[in-house]
Design a protein. Structure first.
Length: 55
């Protein structure tokens, strides 16, 4: 399977659109991973506090 990179006269519109989409997906993935790490740290902190208060 080969991909034809020639977009013809529409290349000026297609390639920037692909680039913007790729950047947006990368941003969303990175932000989701960062938020998951923050929530995990917060959950671990709260669990530690809960474990400290139990006899």
């Amino acid at each position: 399977m080969s991909f034809d990179f020639d977009a013809g006269k529409y290349a000026i519109y297609m390639w920037p659109a692909f680039a913007v989409s790729a950047v947006a997906f990368a941003w969303l993935i990175g932000d989701s991973l960062a938020m998951a790490r923050r929530w995990r740290r917060e959950a671990e902190r709260l669990q530690a506090e809960l474990d400290e208060t139990r006899p």
